[in-house]
Design a protein around this ligand. Sequence first.
Ligand SMILES: Cc1ncc(COP(=O)(O)O)c(C=O)c1O
Length: 370
Amino acid sequence: MALDTKKRSAEPGEIARNTSEHLFVSWSAQGGLKQVVIDRAEGSWLHSGSRKILDFSSGLVNVNLGHGHPKVVRAIQEQAERLCYVTPGFGEEQRAELARLLAEVTPGDLTKTLFTTGGTEANEHAIRIARMFTGRHKIMTQYRSFHGQTQGSMTLGGDNRRWANEPGITGIVRFFNPDPYRSPYGVSAQAALAHVEEVLWYEGPQYVAAILLEPIVGYAGLIIPPAGFLKGLRELCDKYGILLIADEVMTGFGRTGKWFAVDHEDVVPDLMTFAKGVNSGYVPLGGVIASAKIAKHFDTNVLWAGLTYAGHPLACAAGVATVNAYRDEGIIERGAKMGELLMKELKALAARHPSVGDVRGRGLLGGSSW
Ligand SMILES: Cc1ncc(COP(=O)(O)O)c(C=O)c1O
């Protein structure tokens, strides 16, 4: 069936009016906001009437393939014609295929996925799985971190967006990140690890289910930990029977020049959460993938978790097409190459502006401190 994609339900003025009168906009006092109305997007460009806007942040760091990739669009269309929805309890081709592909591209023995509709739910489910698996309650996270905005994930995150929403959930303990640019530990992974272990002793390691962190911190300051920190955390976790959870929601699927940020240090977490780049943001999707040992535990123990939209067929069809495009078109390698150019230009920018204290990045995740 031919689709009339040019059809408009309203003029831009009316869309802007409806937006400001009837829509809450994230992270803002609402009065006086004026949205630019986007009517289409292609590659790295957003279009607003005749105006072209460079989408320099790839949406919310999620449109890793660029906008309007024809194979992903086609996969969603074909899936919509075949089967838009079936409950998570049924088998479904695209859902199963994406889970298989994820087991293939994620590191180590990560093998079994629980799908969610985004990153925050992925982290909520990761800590529930960790608590069910270990029988322990506490979760340790970093102060400089963002893990989403549902109640649990908001508490996991340490950045100041949690303040207005506190109190959060119980059992979350935070430690200071190693931040090579601005932290008491400088570039010393050993000093940072000693701090984490000290916090662990005060909390009682036998009560700690998991350490959850972004391998490279995104929204809370783009912090790349010193080499050896993630490996050291892995060792600490193994020493105390604690699970390591990597939140790869922002850093996953080529954003840092490898499939996942943990791949830079050859660290295999016990649980990994993902969203955003898994299908380039075309349809909401997230999830948590678990190691073989954790997966096996739930062969004989009930997984007390479930969502109406877990593994939505449209989202999974987009995911299969996206992961295949990453592979077929060498997108991960391209991210690494373009990242070198980005760093070169960021450094040149920093050299011209004395207020820039530091520029840093990995792959196409780059930023600066002022
Ligand atoms: C590292 C990280 N984790 C979790 C989330 C939450 O993901 P979502 O907005 O899909 O719920 C984000 C969102 O930006 C994120 O950057």
